[in-house]
Ligand binder design. Structure first.
Ligand code: FE2
Length: 431
């Protein structure tokens, strides 16, 4: 007997009337028509009738800061709204942090994430603290949430791996303690040269230790910032193709078009992954502009056209940099879609991919997807397709992990009291 049978699902690729059979936490069969014909329904302990609605692999966030999340207002709020005041504010908060408070806030955020169908998160963790308090706390959180959420940690030298005394040693200690990925922040080093040097040093550590790389890179409006070029060139030099991610890359928004026409093929040669963070970039970038005011998000459609894997990350939720957010990757996708003007049907579907399959590839997640052999992790959404899911920030009707239901939410509806109109309304277009 099957553990779970999902029947009459629509998949993100457009297949309809699909059945998904699950055993021992893995998908054993995915087929159109499976479970639709009553006589041919396989026996299962649980049957979920998806009612023709969308069943998607879970949301994945490729860029987050879980050590800072839900700390908004501690010790004060960011008055200017800039990246640099956010970094200064985080510096004020750091000495006041406790292990217990970080763990408690991170676990609370993971609860929100699961309720939203977000089951894998890559979080940067600040290593510029000789106590490595946040590292220890998030390693504990990683272990505690492992049954229901994949938490991948990046050793992130927030104050600059070369600029901050002891940061390189702390970063290597964090990796030895169990942090997964090598991080960096070259644009925050003192000079462009030392930023480039930091990229070289960090990529060499990753190559020696067989690790993935994910750097905050060129998170500025400076059209002359060139660290993504160095990151791509080091990736090629060290044979790290496909294993390196450039996060933010906002300077690309402001770069000269001719220079970008040379840069994009280099990024493609390196198979460099990109993470844009639309909610944060649209609020933090362009703060020194009057009008016209730059959007500041990296060049997502052009990067996709060059064959790069591009994800949208949440980056921040209720922290020194951003006081909004609730772990909803459909909100992230919607903002990315608008900022990048990705409004064609195909581009809107790419925005859905940017919070599901693309970040799963960037994290090198094992067994992700809705195919036989994959882990039985998925979300049932109150939407008929990915575009409608983004439009409605669709309700996550049910969230499954390894074939077990771990969250559910009633369908969104509203009662109406209008003469001659239906008694209730939902917001899907029925034809
Ligand atoms: Fe970030």
């Amino acid at each position: 007997m099957l553990e779970l049978l999902v029947r009459n699902a629509t998949l993100p690729d457009g297949r309809r009337g699909v059945g998904i059979a699950v055993n021992d936490g893995r998908i054993v069969e995915v087929r159109e028509g499976l479970g639709l014909d009553a006589s041919g329904v396989p026996a299962a302990r649980e049957v979920l009738d998806a009612q023709g609605l969308l069943v998607s692999p879970p949301f994945v966030d490729a860029h987050f800061h879980m050590d800072a999340t839900l700390s908004v207002g501690l010790p004060r709020v960011n008055a200017s709204g800039t990246l640099l005041e956010g970094i200064a504010l985080w510096g004020e908060l750091k000495p006041q942090l406790t292990h217990e408070a970080i763990v408690e806030r991170a676990l609370a955020y993971c609860d929100w994430a699961v309720a939203r169908g977000l089951l894998a998160i890559r979080s940067h963790v600040d290593v510029c603290d000789p106590r490595l308090l946040a590292v220890q706390a998030l390693l504990e959180v990683k272990k505690r949430v492992a049954p229901y959420l994949d938490l991948q940690l990046v050793a992130f030298p927030q104050d600059g791996v070369l600029r901050a005394p002891g940061a390189l040693e702390n970063l290597e200690r964090a990796l030895a303690m169990g942090v997964d990925v090598v991080g960096g922040i070259p644009h925050f080093e003192r000079t462009m040269d030392s930023g480039a040097e930091s990229v070289r040093v960090l990529c060499e550590i990753a190559a020696e230790q067989g690790r993935l790389v994910d750097m905050h890179c060129d998170e500025s409006d400076d059209p002359q910032s060139r660290h993504v070029e160095t990151l791509a060139a080091e990736t090629v030099r060290l044979g790290l193709h496909g294993r390196v991610t450039g996060s933010h890359l906002t300077s690309m928004h402001s770069m000269d078009n001719y220079y970008v026409s040379k840069l994009l093929p280099l990024m493609a040669e390196a198979q460099l992954n990109v993470v844009a963070n639309p909610l944060i970039n649209i609020t933090l970038q362009g703060r020194h502009d009057t009008y016209p005011r730059r959007r500041g998000m990296t060049r997502v459609p052009e990067q996709l056209a060059a064959g790069l894997t591009v994800a949208f990350g949440h980056d921040c939720v209720m922290d020194p940099w951003y006081s909004l957010g609730s772990g909803d990757m459909l909100e992230v996708a919607a903002m990315g879609l608008h900022v990048a003007q990705m409004t064609s049907q195909a581009a809107m579907r790419q925005c859905f991919d940017a919070v599901t399959s693309a970040p799963a590839r960037i994290l090198h997640l094992e067994g992700y997807g809705l195919e036989a052999g994959c882990r039985a992790d998925f979300v049932w959404l109150q939407a008929r397709d990915p575009v409608e899911a983004i439009r409605l920030r669709a309700t996550r009707l049910a969230v499954y992990r390894r074939g077990q239901r771990i969250a559910s939410m009633p369908p969104a509806t509203a009662a109406l009291s209008l003469p001659g109109r239906p008694a209730s309304v939902d917001f899907s277009l029925r034809r």
